[in-house]
Design a protein around this ligand. Structure first.
Ligand code: GLC
Length: 632
């Protein structure tokens, strides 16, 4: 049972597609307070747990911290943070009573989940127009299924998008890409995609290709495809402000960019320098931007990643002028400690400043709205520009598309990656913890930058992280410019990497069919053990193991210098040790077990009465034999 309550005149975010009768807010059964903002609150029982909020910090049980829905360019994901790249406003309260809550509101929301007062949840929306949904069900899974039915079926990418993928900010010339391809092939390392970061463009201008580097880009795309490699270019939200660049000119002439309070184009700085921000919330502007992807699909490209679409702002023209003013003001003064701090802040607070998010406006097809009130749908609507175009022109499941920023609703047309992270062990564990939460919100095609984006990765960290990535639908190794090389061939002997990556291809028939079934049946691919074993007090609290599909459980090693780990089995299972072509199987009873896990091994736990299929290893999905499978 799902109930919808409307307050004021909310923006249509497109999150919910099912027709649900709207009730007045006066009938909302939880405490509700509306003045300049909306606050809802409810008591928390001693043992209540709270699941959800998709891509954000901290644990699977969200109780005990204050989170914010506010799409943020936030690399460090440390515990003091409150939000990451996505804004996913769905939680399930799990206690004596179970209840789902979805807040369809695109501005900032604070979720104080037992932080200020341990026995109360207090949720504050920074506005007065929203749709609130309450979902009942017998179990967490039933509530999630009910919610997922309301928000529509999840995106399914092409099969090849389940292959292993390599990315690096810095691959710039055809030979950089050929080297990645050949080094994988020569070392028996499978690979399906290589990513093109901003370096492929002409001066970071969207939908351009650097002609000096790629004189015949279409031929290069074909060359890679003939070796079963898909090239996946990045598209950034900001369009370089340059009157000699046709995309900018068209956007400018048609008034497709966001404007400041006086109606002038809002200017800010991102990778290309000063940019205009396309107004993706405007239908005409969105369609215009979507059609630009054709420039690259015409050259054979069939996959994209949309970036910087929170939107991330390095600075605004106004903010930069203020900071420069401050610098020159202080230039010939004596600088005391307070002047120093104010000087420092004026520079450090330039990026992603709340003042800037309050300084530009959208034209929602005739309704002028300040960005801060709709911030959380900007990235989702950029990705909708692309996914609508792909669906209309190529049909479903033909083009790979995923985004950094997201809002519920975008799960129908695209996947997500978990944005920038670091080569930290804690980020490997956070990667695991985010999987069920984003699945609850419909995002099934997802994954983190394996090995970590920034910072320097080690051989051990990469092997352990890949052994988790083997299970995530998006399995991409990505790193930042100037970081230590972390391609699977960068650490000397490649045989351990070949063993782990072979497991991915052996598992693709299982992972792909599980993924499809979860998309069709509005199911989660990864679930907390608490969802499947609610009566098991140990399983209920475990946050470093997950259920996968209906058959399996995963428990990766996520700490440095560990040769194994403790694993809890909530029921008897077979431990499959997968490594290259080798599989060993051991029956284990319910309870705790210490499991040795070699660096070239992937442990997988299969329920005693179930079996899963394994294919023979392959170097790409195109070469994968999905017919002749062995059951284990
Ligand atoms: C952003 C993206 C990252 C990309 C970089 C350069 O930080 O999140 O993946 O490599 O920009 O384009």
């Amino acid at each position: 049972m799902i109930r919808k309550f409307r307050i004021g005149d909310p923006v249509n975010t497109g999150a919910v597609v099912e027709e649900i009768k709207t009730e007045s807010a006066a009938r909302f059964p939880l405490a509700l307070d509306i003045d300049e903002k909306i606050t809802l609150s409810f008591p928390l029982g001693e043992n209540d747990m709270i699941f959800g909020l998709g891509e954000t910090v901290r644990g699977i049980n969200k109780r005990g911290w204050v989170y914010e829905s506010w799409c943020s360019d936030e690399i460090s994901h440390t515990e003091d943070k409150r939000s990451l790249y996505g804004a996913h406003n769905f939680i399930v309260l799990s206690g004596a009573e179970k209840l789902g809550l979805f807040i369809d509101y695109p501005g900032k929301i604070e979720w104080d989940l037992g932080y200020t007062s341990p026995d109360e949840a207090r949720i504050t929306l920074r506005g007065t127009d929203a749709d609130l949904y309450l979902i009942n069900g017998e179990s967490e899974r039933e509530i999630v299924r009910r919610f997922r039915r309301a928000i529509g079926k999840s995106y399914i990418p092409p099969l090849w998008a389940f292959g292993y993928q390599q990315s690096c900010w810095g691959y710039a010339k055809p030979d950089d890409f050929r080297k990645v391809r050949d080094s994988h092939r020569e070392n028996n390392l499978p690979l399906d995609c290589i990513y093109m970061d901003i370096d492929y463009m002409d001066g970071f201008r969207d939908f351009t290709v650097n002609e000096e580097s790629f004189p015949d880009f279409g031929a290069f795309v074909d060359e890679m495809k003939s070796r079963n490699i898909h090239l996946i270019p990045i598209i950034d939200a900001g369009v370089k402000n340059d009157s000699d660049y046709s995309v900018y000119r068209e956007g400018h002439e048609n008034g497709f960019f966001c404007t400041d309070k006086d109606g002038r184009e809002f200017r800010c700085g991102v990778w290309p320098g000063v940019v205009g921000l396309p107004d993706f919330l405007n239908t005409k502007a969105r369609r215009w931007f979507g059609e630009k992807y054709k420039i690259l699909t015409d050259m054979g490209i069939d996959g994209f990643w949309n970036d910087m679409n929170e939107p991330a702002l390095f600075y605004s023209e106004q903010g930069l002028n203020n900071a420069l003013g401050k610098l020159s003001e202080l230039a010939d003064k004596e600088i005391g400690v307070w002047e120093f701090f104010s000087l420092k802040d004026s520079v450090l607070r330039l990026a992603n400043s709340p003042d800037d998010y309050a300084a530009f406006y959208h034209d929602l097809d005739g309704r002028r709205v300040c960005h801060k009130d709709v911030h959380n749908i900007y990235g989702a609507f950029m990705t909708r520009a692309a996914s609508d175009f792909f669906e209309e022109n190529f049909g479903r499941e033909k083009v790979l598309i995923f985004s950094r920023a997201s809002y519920i609703g975008a799960h129908r047309g695209s996947g997500i990656w978990f944005g920038d992270n670091l080569s930290w062990w804690s980020h490997l564990l956070l990667n695991l913890k985010m999987l069920p939460s984003v699945n609850m919100c419909g995002f099934l095609y997802c994954g983190a930058d394996l090995g970590g984006f920034a910072g320097n990765c080690t051989r051990e960290l990469l092997l352990r992280w890949l052994a988790l990535g083997v299970f995530t639908p998006l399995m991409r190794n990505h790193r930042a410019l100037g970081t230590r090389a972390q391609e699977a061939y960068s650490f000397g002997d490649t045989s351990d990497f070949a063993d782990v990556l072979a497991v991915r291809y052996r598992l693709i028939p299982y992972i792909y069919s599980t993924f499809r079934r979860c998309a069709d049946e509005d199911e989660m691919m990864f679930r907390p053990l608490a969802f499947d074993y609610p009566g098991d007090s140990v399983a209920r609290e475990l946050e470093d193991q997950l259920m996968l599909g209906e058959e399996c459980m995963i428990a990766p090693v996520y700490e440095q210098n560990r040769t194994g780990r403790n694993v809890y089995l909530p029921e008897p299972m077979k431990l499959l040790r997968l490594s290259g072509v080798s599989v060993s199987s051991e029956e284990l009873g319910k309870g705790w077990h210490y499991i040795d896990v070699a660096l070239n091994e992937v442990p997988l736990f299969v329920k005693a009465d179930k079996k899963i299929p394994l294919a023979a290893p392959a170097l790409s999905t195109a070469e994968l034999d999905r017919e002749n499978l062995e059951m284990y």
